[in-house]
Design a protein around this ligand. Structure first.
Ligand code: SF4
Ligand code: MG
Length: 330
């Protein structure tokens, strides 16, 4: 079947102005030629350290940023060329939840205001029924209807994230992008919110893109995982295949830093040396070579392509010259 979302050769460069005349002197290559599909009902996670381009990818899909190049097709509609009003209509199908819903909620608005505003923007529920709809949304996300007239500061972090989810759900979206949606929460609250998202996915046939710096967090919710480094996809695979047979040294390093990652099979921890290089002037060849324990001459000269791994599950792709030849690290 046709994917719900197709991202093809997406680039997102941000100009850096400088000099006396404010001319563009360089670019931050936040996302640098990535392609992937998302199927209906799937949860695809995008994982990597901060600055790898994962949030920018989410924002570009929603057209919160206009892509520098490439294609984003949602239900076979070309998102990049949508006009303002077409974009507004499409927004009801594509929603985003951020790390801190409080940051995007007006502190003087009650929960009712927040939810009814979301319904107003898309104008999908008759005015007289909006409060009723807001009440049922609260129940859907596990809050009490008695909480409808409360203000954001009266809620805990986990409850505020439930309000953020209710706001996203208000317009009956097909795809929700969760950008570090549980990162600020305690581990036990994280689990509750992830369970809620899972249940909502079943109930409303939702598709998720889950953006996180933490592979451990996305482990249970993901069907497939995309690992990004400095604007590029370095590995993409089914969750099981990625966790059991990680191929890219960067994926292996991320996995080995998860404290709870299966200690029985875990070998030594692979330290990530140094900082992520600047996305303004990424390293030549393999962008990971400055931090890779296996880097060789070829890695500094030639950029590895994202290629299927012959002996692994279909769809497992890695961008490393020596994928499959490196020591087993799972
Ligand atoms: Fe490491 Fe070379 Fe593979 Fe890049 S291509 S991940 S530097 S071994
Ligand atoms: Mg981010």
């Amino acid at each position: 079947t046709q994917p719900l979302l197709q991202v093809k050769n997406l680039k997102q460069y941000f100009p850096i102005k400088g000099g006396f005349f404010g001319a563009t002197v360089n670019h931050v290559k936040a996302v640098d030629d990535i392609s992937f599909d998302v199927h209906e009902g799937e949860t695809v996670s995008i994982v990597g350290e901060s600055g790898c381009g994962k949030s920018t990818t989410g924002r570009s899909i929603l057209r919160l940023e206009h892509p520098t190049a490439g294609e984003v097709r949602f239900q076979d509609r070309d998102m990049v060329s949508l006009t303002r009003s077409e974009l507004r209509r499409t927004r009801k199908d594509l929603q985003i939840i951020f790390q801190d819903p409080y940051a995007s909620i007006n502190p003087r608005q009650t929960v009712a205001d927040v939810l009814m505003e979301a319904l107003d923007i898309q104008n999908i529920v008759p005015r007289a029924q909006r409060r009723e709809r807001a009440l049922s949304l609260l129940e859907t996300v596990g809050l009490g209807t008695y909480q409808i007239d409360r203000y954001p500061h009266e809620f805990s972090g986990g409850q505020r994230q439930r309000i953020g989810i209710a706001r996203a759900l208000a317009v009956n979206p097909k795809l929700i992008i969760c950008d570090e949606a549980v990162s600020a929460l305690d581990v036990s609250i994280q689990a509750q919110i992830l369970n809620l998202l899972k249940q909502l996915q079943r109930d409303f046939k939702l598709t998720y893109i889950f953006i996180s710096h933490d592979l451990g967090v996305v482990r249970h919710i993901s069907d497939r995982i995309i690992v990004m480094y400095l604007g590029k996809i370095v590995e993409i695979a089914d969750k099981k295949s990625l966790f059991e047979q990680p191929q890219h040294p960067y994926t292996q390093a991320l996995l080995s830093s998860i404290p709870t990652y299966d200690p029985k099979t875990k070998t030594e921890r692979i330290p990530l040396r140094g900082e992520i290089p600047s996305p303004i002037d990424p390293p030549q060849g393999c962008r990971f070579h400055t931090r890779c324990p296996y880097a060789q001459e070829l890695c500094r000269e030639e950029e590895p392509q994202l290629l299927p791994m012959e002996n692994l599950q279909a769809g497992h792709e890695t961008a490393c010259h020596f994928a499959g030849e490196l020591p087993e690290r799972n």
